[in-house]
Design a protein around this ligand. Sequence first.
Ligand code: PEP
Ligand code: MG
Length: 566
Amino acid sequence: MLKGTAASEGIGIGKVLVIEEHSLEYTPKTVVDTESELSRFEQAVEKFCENTTEQAEAIRKSTGDKEAQILEGHIQIIKDPYLMSEIEKLISGGMCAESALEQMCDLFITMFSAADDELTKQRAADVKDIKTAILSILLGIQELKISDAPKGTVLVADELTPSMTAGIVKENIVGIVTQTGGKTSHSAILARALEIPAVLSVENAVEILKNGQEIVVDGSDGIVITNPDSNQIKEYTAKSEAFIQERRELEKYRGQKTVSKSGEEYELFCNIGKPEDAVKAMEADGEGVGLFRTEFLFMDRSSIPTEDEQFEAYKKAALILKGKSLIIRTLDIGGDKDLPYLGLEKEENPFMGFRAIRYCLKNSELFKAQIRAILRASAFGDVKIMFPLVTTVDEVRAGKKIVEEAKLELKAENIAYDENIKVGVMMETSSAAVIADLLAKEADFFSIGTNDLTGYTMACDRGNSDVSYLYSALQPSVLRLIKNIIKCGNENNIPVGMCGEAAANPQMIPLLISFGLTEFSVSAPSVLKVRKNISKWTKSDADAVAEKVMALSTEKEIDEFLKSMI
Ligand code: PEP
Ligand code: MG
């Protein structure tokens, strides 16, 4: 039995598929037989073109012609006569195919990256993709496609990156096991959104678990059972059925308002990553969307989605929600969310670096296109804009200035949008929490992102299992910041919601009721459970619990006290 972090509830029984990241390292060689090296290179290019054509055809069927053409463009790039003849010259001079390919590709990547226009810059990312794909062929590395995983698969990986997760076919994946990542890592959030049982932070999982091996993933208790015997299969099948039964019982909260025992009403929204998730949010009985993580629209593709493509996506979500609130967060990339085609430089400390609103304000063309797309979608529903990772008042003002510019442009172009669109701030840095009084004067609403707020406040990476003992929104420091944010929002008459994972934590609910939170935004599968948990508390009972909690000194004391209360 292996132990890890219970990250997504439920039981999965299936066969292991290990996703290994292959190193593209090699030892450069001088070749004597340059003729056969040339033909090795040409064969690799042919294989690359074949693979790319196949992928493009599949994408043409599943997504569309435009996306397929992007991939087909890669064939044109590698077949460029200048690039090919320069690589061949290097090989004829005795360089091995890997080095020759890398040297020439790197030259092009540097050249394209230095360009001023976005389009040429994107070419750098294309060449990077091509280099990686052909190097993999030359080194004999088999690339595995998650979307091809058969029914009954348990994915095992060091970490499931957001772009890897984008390829998951929900019907086929019964469980997820990773070596790294905590409860609020993106692997965990995605696993919960997909309702796939997941156990994370399982030490050496990639080494221990073997392809094809049968395992049980207990995402409720954070346990992985290898090679289960018939009794264990029976036991876990029963556990799985009980879990499904519990879900069924929650059904009585469907269609009900979200109210506390003493009658205060709350808004209960969902977090989504794709426009189609808005359907899941509605099916789950969510009352709107409190967080649309737009970065997922930018992932699993090789170029930035255009303003029109984004507009269609946001409009689609707005139409599905039929006038219910839709809070669209502007692009939050960087940190653990990389977009290879943006060619972002590797940073020593990406979580403290060039991400989210910081990146967008420096790349105003990309930012403006997104804001215009959101504004255009605001003509089709109750759409709101939210800025991520805010640390200063200046950032909010600069972001709002771009919103105003975009409005003027649209007006001049006679394009409809909501003149009074609300612009909110995601409260997820310690700085934002401390200056919540100042930010409340700039923002139309707050949404507390406890996933990052906990990380930044505790100076602790949410994905690092060595420091996960510190990572808790129940830490006295984090609770004080949450309380301050809500107090400042209430004093300035702006609504305050919470879209971080803590919003669904039953221990947190009495505290949030007492502090004066008005909106909870959670993953779709948590909606009914949160509604049930809110209904258990009167305001005065919640106040009594909060008063006691705020007088306690350690996370352990708080955790134990709250466990005894629920
Ligand atoms: C958060 O930080 O709490 C949040 C909701 O944003 P994300 O998890 O996407 O960083
Ligand atoms: Mg965040």
